[in-house]
Design a protein around this ligand. Structure first.
Ligand code: FE2
Ligand code: FE2
Length: 404
């Protein structure tokens, strides 16, 4: 049975959701699933905007056939060829052999890398930004958005209704449950954390490119944003998600607050983190977050580190190196271009100290990171006579929070 919605006259959502997939990109947990959105315009000309992941092919094809009702497909716009959106391109070409593929030059290069079909006679290469294609009542124009999230990415703007088909931009993890518009959902409670986890982990590295795309798109009159993941944005809610994107892509904390992330083999480093959090709470610091890096997937910790202004990292020395899961977290943050934060460091060792040094070095690779307080390097356990060091660190963090 098909499952489509008309989102604007003659424009249909023909996507679907996957609640079974464990890991997005075989890396990121998906407790709430994920949606793959595709859109079909049925005007004098018919156009499909992006395809979907292979997991929902059957439903997707049924959706398209239902909307087309026997008509042929004139165009397939490939805004982003990554397999979560490009997996059904071959199938579409097989079903509609005359379909013309509209995409950027780089997309066609990637097309040849992924597929073994010659589409040269059916290719429309978008060379110039703003190029228009008339469909009847609707007109499409195309804008490049390189590295949001791959180099070939473009976004498509429908002029008559002011609808932006934004590829991965403004997307979110989380399956859709009938309510495909953000304002039909309890977005703050159901989607926001997953939207942030999606942005920071998937697109996070490309803040600069997101900023230039936002600047370019600000010249367009946009009434609706249709991403390829997560809910669709009506005009009244666009400033809300734009504001979030602005914070995220400028690596600017959304909130004053402290996130603790620690690795602990036997609970002794954890104990120090708890004691410090306790001291901060007693000073009146609210909404403190704490994560065990061995337990919580890095994508969740990264998402919260992106949200808050301060972080405290703690880990033991392991094999004369840094405890591996903490190393992984800091390595991922570096790869994502994480910056502009205040960091405090707590290490632990029994006979040789390496953790503090390693954490300092890894943090040192990130731009504009201020180390708050003197790093504490405990030996096995924190003794009562060292509590003054912890008090001093709590004071320094408290002071730094109040300076923001
Ligand atoms: Fe992507
Ligand atoms: Fe995607």
């Amino acid at each position: 049975m098909h499952s489509v919605q008309e989102i604007s006259p003659q424009i249909f959502w023909v996507g679907g959701s996957d609640r079974r997939l464990e890991l997005f990109e075989n890396m990121f947990p998906l407790p709430n699933g994920v949606s793959y959105n595709s859109y079909l315009i049925s005007d004098d000309k018919t156009v499909l905007l992006d395809t979907v992941d292979s997991s929902i092919t059957k439903l997707f094809i049924e959706n398209i056939k239902h909307v087309l009702a026997g008509r042929k497909l004139d165009y397939l716009v490939v805004n982003h060829i990554e397999p979560d959106h490009g997996a059904n391109i071959e199938e579409i070409i097989r079903l509609y052999p005359e379909v013309k593929i509209i995409a950027s030059k780089t997309t066609f290069k990637f097309f040849d890398q992924y597929f073994n079909i010659d589409i040269s006679s059916n290719s429309i290469v978008i060379e110039k930004e703003g190029t228009e294609i008339l469909l009847g009542n609707h007109t499409l124009s195309f804008y490049f958005a390189p590295m949001v999230h791959w180099p070939e990415v473009m976004v498509t703007y429908e002029k008559s209704q002011g609808i932006l088909f934004s590829a991965d931009a403004f997307g979110s993890f989380g399956a859709l449950a009938g309510n495909i518009f953000a304002d039909e959902t309890d977005f703050e409670n159901v989607f926001l954390d997953e939207a942030r986890r999606y942005y920071t982990n998937i697109v996070g590295k490309y803040g600069r490119q997101v900023q230039s795309a936002l600047k370019k798109l600000s010249k367009l009159e946009i009434n609706m944003i249709c991403s390829v993941h997560g809910p669709i944005w009506h005009k009244k809610d666009i400033p809300y998600i734009l504001d979030k994107y602005n914070y995220w892509s400028l690596y600017k904390p959304e909130k004053k607050g402290v996130v603790f992330a620690y690795g602990s083999m036997y609970g002794n480093t954890e104990n120090v983190m708890n004691a410090l959090a306790n001291k901060l709470a007693q000073k009146g610091i609210k909404d403190i977050r704490m994560y065990d890096v061995s337990k919580t997937h890095p994508s969740y910790i990264i998402s919260d580190l992106w949200k808050y202004s301060h972080m405290v990292i703690g880990a033991p020395t392991y094999n004369l190196n840094l405890y591996y899961p903490m190393h992984t977290l800091l390595h991922e943050l570096t790869a994502l271009g994480f910056k502009n934060r205040k960091v405090s460091i707590i290490g632990n060792h029994t006979w040789a100290s390496a953790a503090v040094k390693e954490m300092k070095a890894l943090i040192g690779n990130m731009p504009n990171i201020e180390i708050i307080g003197e790093p504490i390097d405990t030996t096995s356990t924190l003794k009562a006579e060292q509590e003054n060091k912890l008090d001093k660190l709590a004071d320094d963090i408290y002071k730094s929070l109040n300076e923001l």
